[in-house]
Design a protein around this ligand. Structure first.
Ligand code: PNS
Length: 159
């Protein structure tokens, strides 16, 4: 079974993430979307909420499952029999850090990283920008799946 992981914070998942996840799902037997739990980082959504939103957004993709992890992604890969990480690359600004992480993960644990070029439609997109735009009343309906839009508007109206 060729199983890969798409790791990230996904706070929240965007259409750019979903594009990478669905393209990876066409190439591999199983894609695990792994939500990183980072107690030091303030998130808009809890890990459980992020997992649920991704599960809802990927429910039509039979070979995608969603999980969460704490600690090193290479340990998650070992525990789940995953040999490669799939990441989207938006621009050269992503490249340096992604390259460093990929080399670290390969040199320390033999876990490969495969980069997919982001669909140009989503090249500018990030969870942070979506949150900022929405927080100040911007329309992000074309940038995130419908359930995320609902939850985002609800959460921001509470704060
Ligand atoms: O969506 P993000 O925040 O850009 O995702 C970054 C993520 C979670 C993929 C990356 O920070 C990661 O893999 N963190 C897990 C901790 C880890 O393994 N760190 C060592 C990397 S060499």
């Amino acid at each position: 079974m060729r199983r890969v992981v798409c790791p990230g914070s996904f706070d929240p998942v965007t259409n750019g993430h979903l594009d990478i996840i669905s393209r990876a799902a066409q190439l591999y037997d199983e894609v695990v979307v792994a939500v990183m739990l980072n107690p030091n980082k303030t998130a808009l959504f809890t890990a459980a909420e992020r997992v649920e939103l991704i599960a809802e957004a990927t429910k039509k993709l039979d070979n995608v499952r969603v999980d969460q992890f704490e600690g090193l992604i290479v340990d998650f890969c070992r525990d789940n029999d995953i040999s490669a990480i799939v990441k989207g690359l938006r621009a050269v600004s992503d490249f340096d850090y992604e390259m460093q992480m990929a080399q670290m993960n390969y040199s320390q644990a033999g876990v490969e990283t495969l980069f997919m070029t982001t669909n140009p439609l989503y090249a500018f997109l990030s969870s942070s920008l979506v949150k900022e735009f929405a927080r100040f009343g911007g329309d992000v309906s074309g940038l995130v799946p419908a359930p995320v839009l609902d939850q985002l508007n609800r959460r921001l109206s509470e704060s």
